[in-house]
Design a protein around this ligand. Structure first.
Ligand code: SAM
Ligand code: SF4
Length: 424
């Protein structure tokens, strides 16, 4: 059997796309392989949200030059824009460039070379190695935050028809999946472009009815679009997990405005308060950019202090990275030095480590329900409804099971415990 190798960096959307590509390649008879040198087909799924990610992608593509001999090398993800000619000049050893989600271009390429049967649906996922699955519900983004390349690479918002999403989840559940994570750059705007104008709350309500499905998550939410109706529905639907990803990006109103985020600090704080009132034990995650053009020490301090007040479970912090073509890169001067950005990032990381240590420490001695996803470094691992990563050791096989774990050790990033019985 021939092999394929797939390398993925970036967001959950990229991971979901890679799952789809893997599923297609396995349907046409390829086997996954961890080493690119042993593969006949290599797929690189790229991210260019920050320069550091783009640098990793460039290095990876160039490193594969010497390995190439006779292999098919395909490049997808956000590095692929409409000007493929420029990419072809830079990377002549790459055989195929296809935009995110343009799976049919990969299948057409392989069909044309007699490597795949004609007409197989490359969008169809037939196997799921894990009990939890990503499901795309909306592509693209209409927001044009001033720093962000995503709308330029993934296009405008396109919701999938609700019936199609429900059908996909039903098929996944019938193949053993018990948890789904609905994906989109801005899931709260799901449905606005569909004829019947369903909302994310409507979709959650439909999915909540599916027998055999135990958990529903969704990400990413946008603070300007998250409304009380959705919060109320989240609180009421028992399968919707107590976990929300709600990027704040900055804690200063002038910076938020320059970022074109469409909300103020006060509106964001009010939203968090309403969410916590309705869903008291919810775990909240956020994203922050430090060193945005013009960000003064005082403005950064406001972000830092706000993170200390709001106490998120997880904070993803990034140094601002100018992305060619975005509004910020065209109009604003990248005037915070690289060293200063790193200092601010490390300050946020230090603060968050303390906060997460305290939040997770409260789980010591408690019994939590874990959906076991598989094994890592000799231990079973899985997640709680609040998205905490939990490890435990046990002889029996637990993949796909819901187990109760008594927490014996905590850290800012994960929990460890002993099995305290099956939960479902
Ligand atoms: N749609 C989500 C939102 O509204 O926040 C997130 C999408 S974005 C691909 C993921 C994260 O990357 C953002 O939350 C932001 O913190 C970060 N990011 C995006 N562009 C960036 C840039 N130019 N420099 C640094 N970080 C950036
Ligand atoms: Fe980028 Fe803003 Fe869209 Fe998120 S909402 S993908 S940060 S433009």
């Amino acid at each position: 059997m021939p092999n394929y190798h797939i390398w993925t960096i970036g967001c959950q959307m990229n991971k979901a796309d890679s799952e789809q590509i893997s599923s297609y390649l396995e349907q046409i008879g390829y086997r996954p392989c961890p080493k690119p040198e042993e593969a006949e087909i290599i797929v690189l799924n790229s991210c260019v949200v920050r320069q550091s990610a783009e640098d990793r992608v460039n290095n990876k593509i160039n490193a594969l030059k010497s390995l190439k001999r006779g292999k098919i090398l395909a490049l997808t993800g956000c590095i692929v824009d409409s000007r493929v000619d420029g990419l072809r000049d830079r990377f002549p050893h790459v055989d195929l460039f296809f935009a995110p989600q343009a799976f049919s271009e990969l299948s057409q390429f392989l069909e044309d070379r007699g490597l795949a049967p004609k007409g197989l649906d490359s969008g169809l996922i037939t196997h799921r190695p894990k009990p939890s699955a990503f499901v795309n519900i909306i592509q693209g983004c209409n927001n044009f935050c001033s720093y962000c390349i995503v709308p330029y690479r993934r296009g405008r918002e396109r919701s999938r028809p609700m019936a199609e999403v429900v059908r996909e989840v039903e098929v996944l559940v019938s193949s053993g999946v018990t948890e789904v994570t609905l994906l989109g750059q801005n899931v709260d705007s799901f449905g606005h472009d569909l004829q019947a104008k369903p909302s994310l709350a409507d979709l959650l309500t439909e999915l909540n009815r599916i027998n055999g499905l135990a958990r529903i998550r969704f990400l990413t939410s946008h603070p300007k679009d998250m409304n009380s109706h959705l919060i109320e529905r989240m609180a009421r639907l028992e399968k919707v997990c107590e976990h929300l990803s709600l990027p704040i990006q900055a804690g200063d109103n002038d910076i938020l405005q320059a970022m074109r985020r469409g909300y103020t600090v006060e509106q964001y704080v009010g939203l968090i308060q309403r969410i916590r009132q309705s869903i008291p034990h919810i775990a909240l995650s956020t994203d922050v950019i430090v060193g945005f053009p013009g960000e003064s020490e005082g403005q950064f301090r406001k972000t830092y202090d706000l993170l200390g007040d709001l106490r998120f479970d997880t904070v993803h912090v990034a140094c601002y990275s100018p992305r060619q073509g975005t509004i910020a890169a065209r109009k604003l001067n990248d005037d915070v030095s690289a060293a200063e950005k790193v200092r601010r990032r490390e300050m946020v990381e230090g603060l968050q480590e303390c906060i997460a240590t305290e939040i997770n420490g409260k789980l010591l001695g408690q019994i939590v329900e874990v959906l076991v996803e598989g094994r890592e470094k000799g231990k079973w691992c899985g997640r709680t409804r609040t998205d905490k990563l939990v490890f435990f050791v046990d002889e029996a096989v637990h993949t796909g099971q819901f187990v109760n774990v008594k927490i014996e050790k905590t850290s800012p990033w994960s929990l460890q415990g002993i099995i305290a019985g099956q939960s479902k």
